[in-house]
Design a protein. Structure first.
Length: 286
């Protein structure tokens, strides 16, 4: 008989190693408790949606039994649309039911990923965003809305035509945006109109062409990239939302888990976290 006081569901570690990773194992214990209470598998993803998270994300999804419905708790300001499509395809592979849970914010490419789900669970704290694509500006080491890049370039081009003497001043304002970035931004906007139908048709059953086009129109019509779309508005825009009351037992479990990730990530939006009942990755992006 073992004298260990660790939960039977916990994988075996040495006492000292487990002590060092107490917070990690506490989060995974919460994930297991949620799974036992709901009969659903839970995978948590927090952070930017970028190509180098594909392998660790796949590790978590491949660890999930495809015969059991999958919940993805998603917190992200967005990133790369092609990566979002790959993540959505993994979540749906050989699985009949996939749900996205948004405890806080899932914007841009994260909203695109959510569109693949049969349902999007939201509460009073939840917000989706427009699906305007993002473009990486290497000199700024971050992703920026493609439509804003086009707007800035077009505006400065018009100003230069009106005042050619100010060309050098305006050119300095575009130091981070060259012709290649401009073309990438244009291509990204065009590609997004292809990505939305690809992602939405992963659903079981897939939506009609009219429903897809309506969602594209609605989610690209927001004025700003930072526009917040709450659960009521999301339903009005044609998204398959599911409202979970803040006082409900299921949302309480999810919210308590979410707060652990908020503490873990602190003020950094570049920290990526992928966790399930067995898989755990925490990566700080420089």
């Amino acid at each position: 008989m073992s004298s260990s006081t660790e939960p039977e569901s916990s994988p075996p570690q040495s006492p000292f190693f487990r002590a060092l990773q107490t917070d990690r194992y506490e989060r995974q214990d919460h994930i297991r408790a949620y799974e036992e209470a709901t009969g659903r598998i839970l995978v948590v993803f927090c952070g930017p949606i970028v190509p180098d998270i594909i392998t660790p994300f796949a590790d978590a999804i491949l660890d999930a039994d495809t015969n059991i419905p999958l919940d993805l708790m998603l917190t992200s300001l967005g990133g790369d649309g092609e990566t979002a499509l790959r993540m959505a395809s993994m979540c749906h592979a050989d699985r009949a039911e996939f749900r996205v849970i948004v405890p806080d914010t899932a914007a841009s490419a994260a909203t695109l990923l959510a569109l693949a789900a049969e349902s999007i669970a939201m509460s009073s704290t939840s917000a989706l965003g427009p699906i305007d694509p993002q473009v990486l500006l290497p000199h700024r080491d971050g992703y920026y809305p493609a439509k804003d890049i086009l707007a800035i370039v077009d505006d400065l081009d018009n100003r230069t035509r009106e005042n050619p003497q100010a060309f050098e001043l305006y050119a300095a304002l575009l130091a981070d945006v060259d012709a290649v970035v401009y073309q990438i931004a244009k291509a990204a906007i065009g590609r997004m109109e292809e990505l939305v139908p690809e992602v939405m048709r992963l659903r079981c059953p897939p939506p009609s062409d009219d429903q897809v086009q309506q969602v594209i129109k609605n989610l690209q019509g927001q004025a700003m990239h930072s526009a917040a779309i709450g659960h009521s508005r999301a339903g009005e825009l044609g998204l398959p939302t599911q409202y979970l009351a803040p006082q409900s037992e299921q949302w309480d479990m999810l919210w308590r888990l979410h707060t652990m990730y908020v503490v873990l990530r602190g003020a950094s939006s570049n920290t990526s976290v992928i966790e399930g009942r067995r898989v755990s990755l925490i990566r700080e992006r420089s």
